[in-house]
Design a protein. Structure first.
Length: 210
C-alpha cells in the first residue's frame, strides 16, 4: 500500500480492513441503512437553509454554511465515483444548488447499494480498500457535518441516534483515517457534557465545542 503524501504509515485499521474479504451480510446491511438514514437527515437540514444563512460560520473550522454545503455535495460525488470505478467528477460544487445534495446523495446510495459494491476493492489515496470501509467513512463524514449544520442553524443535533451510536463505537480507530484522507472535519478532542447524546459525543471527539 502506498503511504500518504506526508510519508507517515497508513493507519493500522485501514491495513486490517484491506485484508478483509468483505463484510458479513448483516454488517453490509447496517452500513447501508446508516448511510440511508444520514443522507435523509442531512437532506432535510440542507433543504431548510434560507439563503441569508449561507455566510454563517459553522463549527467546522474555516467553513461557512456555503463551504460546508459544497463539501457535502463533493463527498457525495467523489465517493460515488470511487465506488463505481469512475473518474473523479469535474463539476464545481459551488454551482450545484441546495437541492443538489438530495439528488447526489441518492446517486451515492445507489452506487453503494449495487451488488458487490461493499465487497469490491476500491482504489483510494491509501491503497485498495473494501467498499464497506469506504461506506463507513462516508457515514462518518456525513454524520459529523450534519451535526455542524444543525448546530449552526439552531436545530436539534441528535439527528440520527442509532447511526451516531455506531459511529461512536469505532471513532477512535477512524480519527487517523480522517487525518490521512485530509478531511477538514476534526480538531483536538473536546469534553462532552455528562449524559451527552451520541452525536454530541462524536462531535466533541472530533474537536467541536458541545
Amino acid at each position: 500500500m502506498t503511504n500518504p503524501p506526508d510519508g507517515t504509515p497508513a493507519p493500522e485499521p485501514l491495513a486490517m480492513a484491506r485484508a478483509r474479504s468483505g463484510p458479513q451480510r448483516a454488517g453490509a446491511l447496517m452500513v447501508l441503512d446508516d448511510l440511508r438514514q444520514v443522507i435523509d437527515a442531512d437532506r432535510r437540514l440542507v433543504e431548510a437553509i434560507l439563503p441569508w444563512r449561507l455566510n454563517d460560520r459553522t463549527p467546522c473550522a474555516g467553513w461557512d454554511v456555503q463551504a460546508l454545503l459544497d463539501h457535502l455535495v463533493s463527498v457525495n460525488c467523489v465517493y460515488g465515483a470511487l465506488i463505481r470505478g469512475d473518474p473523479p467528477p469535474r463539476h464545481d460544487p459551488r454551482h450545484v444548488p441546495r437541492t443538489g445534495f438530495g439528488y447526489t446523495g441518492g446517486d451515492l446510495l445507489e452506487a453503494f447499494s449495487a451488488p458487490g459494491a461493499l465487497q469490491r476493492g476500491v482504489a483510494t489515496p491509501l491503497g485498495e480498500l473494501p467498499g464497506s470501509v469506504l461506506a463507513q467513512h462516508v457515514v462518518n463524514e456525513l454524520v459529523v457535518h450534519g451535526w455542524d449544520l444543525a448546530r449552526t442553524l439552531g436545530q436539534p443535533t441528535d439527528l440520527v441516534p442509532e447511526v451516531a451510536s455506531h459511529v461512536l463505537a469505532t471513532l477512535t480507530e477512524w480519527k487517523p483515517i480522517f487525518r490521512h484522507l485530509g478531511e477538514a472535519c476534526q480538531g483536538d478532542e473536546q469534553p462532552a457534557p455528562h449524559g451527552a447524546a451520541a452525536l454530541d459525543r462524536v462531535a466533541a471527539i472530533l474537536g467541536r465545542t458541545v
